[in-house]
Design a protein around this ligand. Structure first.
Ligand code: PEP
Ligand code: MN
Length: 349
């Protein structure tokens, strides 16, 4: 999936020519990123806040390319944005989380890219809907654009959480399963919302074999006009990069390989046993469903469910399985059991 580790960095928003150039020069000195980023048209939740400098800042990005030689990337939210970027020879852009949630907009941007040599990074939609993300990628692939990549930026939490956006790592992992050749990078800044969490999210992205990171940097983060709390200086970013542990995708060590194979074989056996056990369990659930139907008894028996959860959680008396996980697993099994009984109740016989 990944050849080189992609590093995209720069301010959340382009604010002034000086801010853009100074941040780019510091990044060149400390990090030398693959792409320099800066948002020009900012999709803000409420009007009346800073919505980006607009078209004028495109020239500043073009200047970054001339001065530092670093390719630049920005967010395109419409076909018009794509047109302006291409006129200024900027061929790299990302589609923001809010735009990806709207298939009309995505299609319009994809149409504007037809027959153009562009490099498009597609952020996950705000909501954890993998079909929307998949659909946006397909809209670009269907236009014959081969340089399509994805950015994992986390999902709207709907409640107060430590991180600004919930990572739900299993969603980009599922995306990687669907598109094995797609490069997926992580955006620790928008997941974190606060600079103190950026390092650990970068490390996680490396450990989970993501192809790169997009990290917001600003030469003076304290004066940033958007996403102030999550931006770091280029020097701080270099310190984070130096402190990360870079791991290999595999090892040629013979002992490692044989021990890993051995453990995986055991896991394979257990997984098939789990499937057999579940099958057996659901057969019993079906019998209970038929019995309840025959005697005209309701599906949900709250007391039984409560005592099941209690006894199963109590059964794990050490830390070998997390209670949170076990509860989720029981809820999933219970949901399926209710669904099966519901089907039995609805079936004529
Ligand atoms: C951004 O990258 O600055 C941005 C607005 O991101 P997102 O679309 O992920 O919110
Ligand atoms: Mn931002």
């Amino acid at each position: 999936m990944c050849d080189d580790f992609i590093i995209i960095s720069g301010p959340c928003s382009a604010e002034s020519e000086e801010q853009v150039l100074q941040t780019a020069l510091e990044l060149k000195q400390f990090v030398n990123p693959t792409f320099f980023r800066a948002g020009i048209w900012k999709p803000r939740t409420r009007p009346g806040t800073f919505e980006g400098i607009g078209d004028e800042a495109v020239k500043w990005l073009a200047k970054v390319v001339n001065i530092t030689g670093i390719p630049v990337i920005t967010e395109a939210g419409s076909a018009q944005h794509v047109k302006i970027l291409l006129e200024n020879n900027i061929k790299n852009f990302w589609i923001g989380a809010r735009t990806v949630a709207n298939p009309f907009s995505v299609q319009e941007i994809a149409d504007a890219c037809e027959d153009k040599e562009v490099n498009v990074f597609i952020k996950n939609p705000i909501y954890p809907d993998i079909e929307l993300w998949t659909g946006a990628i397909e809209r670009f692939l269907n236009k014959g654009i081969s340089e399509v990549a994805a950015i994992h930026r986390g999902f709207y939490p709907f409640r107060k959480t430590q991180l600004r956006n919930i990572p739900d790592w299993e969603i980009p992992i599922e995306l990687a399963r669907r598109f094995p050749n797609l490069k997926i990078i992580t955006d620790p800044s928008h997941i974190a919302g606060n600079k103190i969490y950026i390092k650990e999210i970068c490390q996680k992205a490396i450990d989970l074999n993501f192809c790169g990171i997009m990290v917001e940097t600003h030469y003076r983060p304290e004066s940033a006009r958007s996403d102030k709390g999550q931006q770091i200086t280029p020097k701080e970013f270099k310190e984070i990069l130096d402190s990360l542990t870079y791991r290999n995708i595999s090892s040629t060590n013979i002992d490692f390989k044989s021990e890993l194979n051995n453990l995986r074989e055991k896991i394979d056996v257990i997984d098939f046993q789990l499937i057999d056990m579940l099958e057996h369990r659901f057969k019993l659930v079906d019998e209970i469903g038929k019995l309840k139907k025959k005697h005209n008894v309701k599906i949900l028996q709250l007391d039984r469910w409560k005592s099941m959860v209690e006894s199963r959680l109590k059964y794990v008396c050490d830390e070998s399985i997390s209670r949170e996980f076990l509860l989720k697993l029981l809820q999933m099994i219970h949901k399926e059991s209710i669904k099966r009984q519901n089907d039995i109740f609805r079936n004529e016989d």
